[in-house]
Design a binder for this molecule. Structure first.
Ligand SMILES: Cc1cc2nc3c(=O)[nH]c(=O)nc-3n(C[C@H](O)[C@H](O)[C@H](O)COP(=O)(O)OP(=O)(O)OC[C@H]3O[C@@H](n4cnc5c(N)ncnc54)[C@H](O)[C@@H]3O)c2cc1C
Length: 302
């Protein structure tokens, strides 16, 4: 089955939009990545499942993504189908302190809706440019909190097209990990259980967190946040800095002078530049500290 025939057949089954040869650099915060053969922005869960069913039938590979803030897409792009989860309306149950958010909605949007309704627990997320789905997959966190702590339940589509509602405790949340990818689930919606607090206090905390980010993290050049996971008991940024890697540059990719665990795209960095720089940083840290850094960002494509 050619990708063109696949696309035609898929278009007849769904109501969402299909983009052809879509540059992934438009969909990653690093602004890096070659084209995806096809990108579907699904209108609803039915679109998602129709696309996956058809892709499985014809052996077309597929990848689900959120806001692309943790993805390094290689320069030749992605063969097959990328499903980019769309944003949707955030709903609030004020009596039960619950927030309902579609997977493609941005986490800072959800955090602000929560604050407007005097619901506390998502303040830490106000500066994380993740989608709800991507944040749950990665158990995104900051300022000593992570998303797993406030997830009441998650709606997922399993690989048989079954829609499951899973309690948060079933997702095995750990440091930058949940079992979503391992189980091949697609997150479609999340329900957060928050706590009542005065809106002014919540918003004040959010402003403080944003200010802290501005002080400690680089702004203005495309990046993907922390490139490496923190090794147990220490910070990757500290090790990279102490190994003398701040400012190290390959092509247009540069280790940030402000926060050594960030790699910046100075202008037209390629994935190859970033991957070469990653290897150099890993080697320098290993040589100095005998610690092998592990990637937090996910490398996809070819
Ligand atoms: C400036 C900046 C600051 C950052 N700060 C932080 C921070 O403080 N803390 C932190 O933890 N992270 C941080 N990050 C990293 C990033 O935002 C998180 O890893 C985030 O969880 C990724 O979400 P996403 O929607 O962008 O996912 P993507 O990058 O699109 O995808 C990440 C993974 O999740 C999968 N996925 C995405 N959506 C779904 C879905 N609906 N169902 C199934 N699988 C899915 C993808 O296949 C991929 O494997 C930062 C990034 C940037 C650019």
């Amino acid at each position: 089955m050619s990708i063109c025939r696949f696309r035609e057949e898929l278009q007849n089954l769904i109501s969402g939009e299909i983009l052809v040869n879509e540059p992934m650099s438009l969909h990653t915060t690093w602004r890096i990545g070659g084209p995806a053969d096809l990108m579907l922005i699904p209108e609803d869960i039915e679109d998602c499942w129709a696309a996956i069913k058809l892709a499985k039938k014809y052996g077309i590979p597929y990848l689900v993504m959120g806001n692309g803030s943790n993805l390094l897409v290689k320069d030749r792009g992605i063969r097959g189908l990328v499903i980019k989860m769309a944003a949707g309306e955030v709903k609030v149950d004020e009596e039960q302190n619950l927030i309902f958010a579609p997977a493609g909605t941005l986490l800072p949007v959800v955090a602000r809706v929560a604050a407007d309704h005097a619901l506390s627990g998502l303040e830490f997320a106000v500066g994380i440019p993740a989608s709800v789905g991507g944040a749950i997959v990665m158990n995104a966190g900051a300022h000593g909190k992570s998303i797993g702590e406030v997830v009441k339940e998650v709606n997922v589509l399993d690989s048989d097209g079954e829609l499951l509602v899973l309690p948060g405790r079933d997702l095995d949340f750990r440091y930058r990990y949940s079992n979503i990818l391992q189980k091949n689930f697609i997150v479609t919606k999340a329900v957060f259980l928050l706590a009542r607090a005065p809106a002014v206090e919540i918003k004040k905390r959010m402003t403080e967190f944003l200010e802290k980010r501005r002080q400690l993290q680089p702004v203005g050049k495309p990046n993907a946040g922390s490139v490496f996971k923190n090794p147990a008991g220490t910070s990757a940024g500290r090790l990279i800095d102490a190994a003398g890697c701040k400012g190290l540059t390959v092509g247009d990719a540069q280790v940030s002078e402000k926060h050594a665990n960030f790699i910046l795209n100075l202008d037209s960095a390629t994935a190859h530049d970033v991957l070469t720089l990653i290897e150099q940083v890993k080697n320098a840290v290993y040589k100095k500290f005998n610690v092998m850094l592990e990637l937090e960002v996910q490398v996809v494509g070819e």
